[in-house]
Design a protein around this ligand. Structure first.
Ligand code: THU
Length: 128
């Protein structure tokens, strides 16, 4: 699996972040088969309506017909990128379409990233 390409896509998606309230820019990329779907965080003046980058990416993939996510990359930070993990809600949304061993990558750059797995980030996943 080409983690670097996925990281590059997340970094690029981060450039579109709409985050005037927090100043925290996040980009995400999900791999489905050989397709990559990206997302960025989209904030709102009614703060609670903000949507995370990861959920934007997952929902784009699913709404385009995908049902299996095989990897996720996240790149986030203020001015400077920092190791950013998905929030609890995003972990649960990913879990709907991914497996416990699905890699979740937190990236600072194409050459500086760490790979976790979804089951480690969200143990005892709820599903029906
Ligand atoms: N954010 C994400 O996009 N993904 C996460 O997993 C954590 C938080 C966004 C939401 C908000 O726009 C900003 O980061 C600060 O919380």
């Amino acid at each position: 699996m080409d983690f670097k390409a996925l990281v590059r896509a997340a970094l690029k998606a981060r450039e579109n972040s709409y985050s005037p309230y927090s100043g925290f820019k996040v980009g995400a990329a999900v791999l489905c088969g050989d397709r990559i779907f990206t997302g960025c965080n989209v904030e709102n003046a009614a703060y609670g309506e903000t949507v995370c980058a990861e959920r934007v990416a997952v929902l784009k993939a699913v709404s385009e017909g995908e049902r299996v996510i095989s990897a996720v990359a996240i790149a986030g930070g203020g001015e400077k990128l920092e190791k950013t993990f998905p929030c609890g809600s995003c972990r649960q949304v990913m879990a709907e379409f991914a497996k416990p061993d699905t890699p979740v990558i937190t990236a600072i750059s194409e050459d500086d990233f760490e790979v976790y797995d979804l089951g480690g980030l969200l143990p005892n996943i709820f599903n029906l």
